[in-house]
Every structure is written in structure tokens, then in C-alpha cells.
Design a protein around this ligand. Structure first.
Ligand SMILES: Cc1ncc(COP(=O)(O)O)c(C=O)c1O
Length: 406
């Protein structure tokens, strides 16, 4: 007899990016050489001073359970970071630390959604948002933000999506998968809409905050609209800025009632975040931030190289993203073409499969992020891999015939 699964978990799709990582691993284990552009994490290692801080924490016995909300020195360091980088004042009692930003997003929805409650998710979106909303009983309301609008939500589209059942709007800037960055004016226009709808809360996911290019500025919506403080959850974390994905350390700031509810859930779930990662994160946030700037400069070089190489390929179109470490490439020019094996490429999923099979290059399909026909390519990988992978993509595109060619 097998164990029956809950309706909740049956609704849940496995994470597309985790599935891609697994597939690349299997192909590599079977001996295939794959250039991997699916990565949603820095390829760089965590800076040494942060690693040393973790070792020191272990040596000094910081190896026990901590307060569920997180150790006080870390919450104070986070409050200092909000002042320094974002120009906002947050009391450390309104900060909570979790096992990654993802866990805090999950618990925030678990803490607030009742069946049928709606969450507005601008598309393209980070793969996990709709599933995290659904598994917690909510209804994802996807609002398409076309390429012509820079993949950004407009106030008109937001206004049109709000209903009496709307509980949250999620904004992710800089965004995964497009790298789009919301500037002050756009944030002001969107928060004006929220002012007119006091039943809608704002979740702002700022995990890529430090990764902005070409003079783009990261602005937190709370700086533009401080009046939203009692209905805004600001989510951030150590993963991307400090190359600490495996440490699993994220943080959030919000109104006391919500932070208390998230703490209640974490208390019955993981008890607290890893004590050693917490101690090291406090040192990272207060330490020399030039490591972050150096990593960002590195990503910018890689971005420029990838944009130059792919921009020269007939059938692909992409603009340099202002933030994060992904290119969201329009592949409409490849749809309808015929592969050397005789298949017609009908969707971005087909293009993704073709690149994997014919070019040995792994990418993510746009459909997983709510917009087709696009592909997401991560440039958080070495310049050598970028040269190699883009070369193979160019060859694979050149080998395609027009769909009507015989
Ligand atoms: C937009 C976005 N938010 C949150 C996360 C999760 O970050 P963490 O590693 O802190 O859980 C990711 C990771 O890919 C992401 O892309």
C-alpha cells in the first residue's frame, strides 16, 4: 500500500530550475560535456573573511539553537545595512532571519493566505512564486509585463489586476529572469496605486539588490513610499550578493504582527536558521563591501561578453539587463525553423531541448518563468564557458533551416 499524498502537495510542481540542475548533473555523469547556463547562483566562492568568521563562530561555541527570529547581532547588522544601503530605518525587532529568502517568502504566504486569496505576480517571474502561493492555498494572478515595456509592471496593469480578494503584490527588482530594475518613478506610480487599495500588501524581493549595472540604482519601495511600512514585507538574503547560496541565510523586515506569525511558523518548522551561518552573515554585512563591488564588476564583464556573442546570432534578440545575472533572450526568430534531425521548433521548450541535444548547452525555457518564446541564460559562469557555450549556440542556430525549406 502506498501513502496517499495531500491535495496541497499534489498541486505543487517541482522547481524547474532544480529539475534542470538535476538533469545537467545526470548528463554530465553519463559522460556528456555540457555547458551549463541554467545556474541560478554565483559560480564564485564565498569571500574568505566570511568563511573565516564561520570557523571562528564554530570555535567559539556558536553551535547551538538560536532565537527563532535570529541572533541579535545579525538582526542589528541587518538594520544597519538597511540604513546604509537602502536609506530606511528598521528596528531589529522587526527583522527575521530564515533558511534563505525562499523560506521566508514561503512562510509569509503560509502566515497570511486563506483559500482563494489572490497574489499578483508580474510575469516574467521567478519560477517559485506561483507554486509557493498555490501550495499555501492562494491563487496566483499572473500579470504579463511585455518586453516592449521593459518587462516592468505598469500602474494601469496593476490597477486592473486588483480585486477585493487581492492580498499581495510581489515585486522583484532587480528581477529574475529578466534583470529588469524598477526606478523611483515607476515605484512611486505603483505605490500610488497601492495607496488607493489598503487591503493589498507588498512583498518586495530584493535578493539581487547588489547586482546592478550601467549606473542603474536599486531602490526599495519603502524609501519611495514609507507609508506602506505597515503592509510591506521586504525580503533579502546573503545568497547572491555574497555568493552564499549553500549557507541558506535570508532575512526579511516587516510589521510586527507578520514577523511574529512568521516566527511562529519557523518555530514549528526549522526552529531557527543555522547558527554558524548567522554569525558569519553578521560579519559579512558589517565587513568590507568592496568584495561585493568586485563580484558585480566581474558579472558585468560576463554580461557584456554574452550579450555581444548572442546579439550576433541571427534569430536571437536580447538587450543588456540592468541587474541580476541572467539574459532573457527572445527566440521568436527561431520558432518555425527545422533542425538537422527534421523537427520543427515550435516552442521555447523545443529550442531549449535542441540546444541541449545539438549544442550541449543547458538553458532554461521562458515558459517556466511565465513568458514565451524566451530562454533564460545565466552569466554567473566563467568567461571561458560563456565563449564556449555561445559558440555552440551560434553553430546550432546556423544549422537550422527555415521551416518551409525542403
Ligand atoms: C528572485 C529570487 N528570490 C529568492 C530566491 C531565493 O534565495 P535564497 O537562496 O535566499 O533562498 C531566488 C533564488 O534563485 C531568486 O531568484
Amino acid at each position: 500500500m502506498s501513502i496517499d499524498l495531500s491535495e496541497r502537495v499534489k498541486r505543487l510542481k517541482p522547481s524547474a530550475s532544480i529539475a534542470a540542475k538535476k538533469r545537467v548533473g545526470e548528463l554530465q555523469a553519463a559522460g556528456r560535456r555540457i555547458v551549463d547556463f541554467t545556474l541560478g547562483e554565483p559560480d564564485l566562492d564565498t569571500p574568505t573573511f566570511i568563511v573565516e568568521a564561520a570557523i571562528a563562530a564554530m570555535r567559539s561555541g556558536q553551535t547551538h539553537y538560536t532565537a527563532t527570529q535570529g541572533i541579535a547581532p545579525l538582526r542589528q547588522a541587518i538594520a544597519r545595512k538597511f540604513r546604509r544601503d537602502n536609506g530606511i530605518d528598521v528596528d531589529p525587532t522587526q527583522v527575521i532571519v530564515g533558511n534563505g529568502a525562499k523560506q521566508l517568502i514561503y512562510e509569509a504566504f503560509a502566515a497570511t493566505l486563506n483559500p482563494g486569496d489572490e497574489v499578483i505576480i508580474p510575469a516574467p517571474y521567478w519560477v517559485s512564486y506561483p507554486d509557493i502561493v498555490s501550495v499555501n492555498g492562494g491563487r496566483p494572478v499572473i500579470v504579463t509585463c511585455p518586453e516592449e515595456d521593459g518587462f516592468l509592471l505598469t500602474p494601469t496593469a496593476l490597477e486592473a489586476a486588483i480585486t477585493p480578494k487581492t492580498r499581495w503584490l510581489i515585486l522583484n527588482s532587480p528581477g529574475n529572469p529578466t534583470g529588469a530594475v524598477y526606478d523611483r518613478d515607476r515605484l512611486a506610480a505603483l505605490t500610488d496605486v497601492l495607496d488607493r487599495h489598503p487591503h493589498v500588501a507588498l512583498m518586495t524581493d530584493e535578493i539581487y539588490e547588489q547586482l546592478v549595472y550601467d549606473g542603474a540604482e536599486h531602490v526599495t519601495p519603502l524609501k519611495v513610499a514609507p507609508q506602506l511600512a505597515d503592509r510591506c514585507l521586504l525580503v533579502n538574503g546573503m545568497s547572491k550578493a555574497y555568493a552564499m547560496t549553500g549557507w541558506r541565510l535570508g532575512y526579511a523586515a516587516g510589521p510586527p504582527g507578520l514577523i511574529g506569525a512568521i516566527a511562529k511558523l519557523l518555530g514549528q518548522n526549522t526552529t531557527c536558521a543555522n547558527s554558524i551561518a548567522q554569525a558569519a552573515a553578521a560579519v559579512a554585512l558589517d565587513g568590507d563591501q568592496s568584495v561585493v563591488a568586485a563580484m558585480t564588476a566581474d558579472y558585468r564583464n560576463r554580461r557584456d561578453r554574452m550579450v555581444a556573442l548572442l546579439g550576433a546570432v541571427e534569430g536571437l534578440r536580447c538587450a543588456p539587463p540592468k541587474g541580476a545575472f541572467y539574459l532573457f533572450v527572445n527566440v521568436a526568430g527561431l520558432i518555425g525553423r527545422r533542425t538537422p534531425a527534421g523537427t520543427i521548433l515550435e516552442t521555447d521548450l523545443d529550442v531549449m531541448e535542441y540546444f541541449l541535444d545539438a549544442a550541449g548547452v543547458a538553458v532554461m525555457d521562458g515558459a517556466s518563468y511565465g513568458m514565451s518564446p524566451f530562454l533564460r541564460l545565466s552569466f554567473a559562469t566563467s568567461l571561458a564557458a560563456i565563449e564556449d557555450g555561445c559558440g555552440h549556440i551560434a553553430d546550432a542556430c546556423a544549422a537550422l533551416a527555415r521551416g518551409d525549406d525542403r
